[in-house]
Structures are given as C-alpha cells and as structure tokens.
Ligand binder design. Structure first.
Ligand SMILES: O=c1[nH]cnc2cc3nc(NCc4cccs4)[nH]c3cc12
Ligand SMILES: [Zn+2]
Length: 371
C-alpha cells in the first residue's frame, strides 16, 4: 500500500506551531514494494532507462530513493513488451528502488510529430522513424505495468498555458474522463500505486472540480499538473497557495517538472511532497553546477586555472578529487567525464537540499534558505 506515514499528532502540532508560515510543509515516508521514499523527495529523471551519465549505483550514493522513467521513449525503444520479456525496467537498468513512470502523454505532445487528440487517446508518429502509435489511458497504463513501474501515472492532458477558462475547462474534463479509464485499467497490487493528475490551469474552481473528480477514484497519490509550463514562479505559487489543500492530506502530492531549488522550497512550503526535474542532469551536462554560492558556469574562462573544488565540503567525486580547472577543461573539450562529474555533483546538491528540508521540517525549523 503506497501510503504516507505521518508524524504522531503531538509532533505534528510542534511542527505546525514552530513554523506557522510553513504549516503546510510536511516530511514523511512513502512505503512501496521497492523500498521507502523519504519526502519531500526529488526524483532524478532517467528518461531512456538511465539517468544520463550516471551509473545506477552512483545515483544511489547521491541519496535518491526513487527515479523517473519516461514511458514515451521506452515504448518506442526498446518497446514495453521487450522490457517486460527481459524482466522489467528495474532489472533491465539495474535499479532496485522505486521507479515512477510518467504516462507518456506530456512527451507525446512535446516530442512527437503529427499527432491527433481524440476522446480515445492520442495518435502520433514516432519522432524516431515516423511509425504510427496510439497512447490511451488503457495502453499507457498497460505499458507502465509492462515496465514494472512502482508508481504509475494516470494518462492526462497537460492543459497548455495560457488557456482561456473554456479551454481549461474542457481540457480538465477530458483529463477526468481519462483518469477514470486509467484507474479502471490499473492492476492494483500491494506496494504499487497509481497517481492521478489534476488539471484546471490557473482557475481555482476548475482545480477544485478536477480534484473532486480524481478523489472519487481513490488514487494512491495525486500530482498537480499543468504547471511549470511557462506560467512563471509567481503564478505557479499562486495556484499552489490553494491546490495542494484540495487533495487528501494523507496521500503524496507530486508537482510535475519542478524545478529549481527556490521553486522546490516554495512548493514544499505549500504542501508538496515529490518533485522531478531535468535541471540538475541537463544543466550539469551543459556545464552548470549548482553550489551554495549560486550556479557556477564552469565553462567561464575565470575557472581555467582555479585549483579549488566546486564546493569544499561536498562529498561528491567532482568536489573530493578534482578542481574547477579540471572540470572547466573537461567540459570545454567535451570529455564524457565532464558530463559525469558535473551531473553527479548536481544530483548530490539536489539531494542534500531535500535532506536539509526534511531535517528542518522534522525539527520544526523554518527553511527559507535557498542554498
Ligand atoms: O500536466 C502534466 N501532466 C503530465 N506531465 C507533466 C510534465 C510536466 N513537466 C513540466 N515542466 C517541466 C518541463 C519539461 C519539459 C518542458 S516543461 N510541467 C509538466 C506538467 C505535466
Ligand atoms: Zn560536489
């Protein structure tokens, strides 16, 4: 049963009292078939069955309890049936901890060529070889089952931003119909869960209706969709000021696609438990390192003879054994080790941030820090 264990009532009172401003922040544990997830949690993105430039055991040493796999990519290559035949994604990629797979819908809309949205689902041509595919609530749920996903995401439509009220309303209603079909298609097993995704854009009555529709389906957790799609942090926080409270307090709340450290901190303060974002991995490969001094663009020539580590007290291999000068050089000459070390450091940085947030919440301390 994917459930979030709460602190005992009296401890929760302490936490709530201690930082009234953050009374919505909560730390907990999600128990799954593949192990525990300490929340608030950051999920590194492992798009094609690998967290790019990282070995799974290295991802584990950064402290990640769970990683995300993208259904769209895996269904095209190597194919969900093949992964199933080979023992499932956990075995295939040698990751034994929890895996969350997205439904594929969001990526179809952002990656595939020529697609057609119907009541049934989305028909599209593969961006790889143009071959024709269909993703529906039923097929997406089955594909995620074949992958062996610990947490399956319902098939939704991410309402674009900006959208008019009418557009957002019909999009949200489609997501509710698809959520019902996704829930029906889900093969529920102990320790596995399925999360619904609420939509409704920036309209609070639509967000409420979406939440009510999905709560009826009794998902193991709930994601807040339709955010981090260009609305900006202010508008995202405006929605997060009320949307998490529409969801069951005892179930995990997952904010899809977020985000930078400041976004994560603000969202935790508003009651979010889970995050996924490509920023630490993608920007690492692109030469950006997150540090307590801010983001370091290692390609900047001022680092070419800087014989100090990214962060003197960081325990990652990049900081323990190498200097900014070496990282500057590796990234400049596009050496693979450069991508590896920068990625490792960033994932460590994001996990350390989550660890500190969890500790501050558990101690009832404010955590407005951004470092
Ligand atoms: O409503 C959603 N439904 C299902 N998947 C999503 C993924 C999402 N990822 C972002 N932001 C991060 C981005 C990644 C690539 C372009 S924006 N926002 C997202 C919203 C949704
Ligand atoms: Zn480091």
């Amino acid at each position: 049963e994917v459930s979030i264990t709460k602190f005992p009532a009296d401890e929760r009172k302490i936490i709530a009292k201690a930082h009234d401003k953050y009374k919505k922040a909560r730390a907990g544990i999600i128990n799954t078939r593949h192990g525990q997830i300490h929340t608030p949690a950051f999920m590194p993105v492992g798009t094609k069955g690998t967290v790019k430039a990282m070995l799974p055991e290295s991802v584990q040493t950064t402290g990640a309890d769970i990683i995300l796999g993208n259904t769209y990519h895996l269904m095209l290559q190597p194919g969900a049936k093949r992964v199933f035949k080979l023992g499932g994604l956990h075995k295939f990629m040698n990751w034994s901890k929890p895996l969350l797979t997205d439904s594929g819908g969001f990526q179809v809309m952002s990656l595939s060529k020529l697609r057609k949205i119907t009541e049934e689902g989305v028909i599209f041509n593969s961006h790889i070889d143009g071959s024709k595919f269909m993703l529906s609530p039923e097929s997406s749920t089955e594909i995620q089952y074949l992958l062996g996903s610990t947490i399956t995401m319902a098939f939704d439509e991410c309402t674009p931003y900006p959208s008019t009220y009418e557009q957002a309303k019909s999009s949200m209603e489609l997501t509710s119909r698809w959520a019902k079909r996704s829930r029906k298609a889900f093969y529920s097993r102990d320790g596995y869960g399925q999360f619904g995704i609420i939509q409704g854009s920036i309209y609070n009555d639509l967000r409420l209706k979406s939440a009510l529709d999905l709560i009826e389906l009794d998902f193991e957790g709930y994601a807040i969709g339709g955010l981090a799609v260009g609305e900006g942090q202010e508008l995202m926080f405006k929605v997060l000021d009320y949307a998490p409270d529409l969801l069951p307090i005892n179930k995990p709340r997952y904010l899809m696609g977020v985000g930078k450290p400041a976004d994560i901190i603000g969202a935790v303060q508003r009651g979010i438990d889970m995050f996924d974002c490509v920023i630490p991995t993608r920007s690492g490969r692109n030469g950006q390192a997150f540090t307590k001094y801010g983001v370091v663009n290692i390609r900047n020539s001022k680092y070419k003879e800087d014989n100090t580590p990214l962060e003197e007290d960081c325990l990652c291999p990049a900081c323990k054994n190498y200097t900014k000068a070496y990282l500057h050089y590796l990234v400049k000459v596009k050496e693979i080790l450069g991508a590896m070390l920068m990625t490792w450091h960033n994932l460590m940085y994001f996990q350390k941030l989550m660890l500190r947030i969890r500790e501050y919440i558990a101690q009832g301390k404010d955590f407005d820090f951004i470092s």
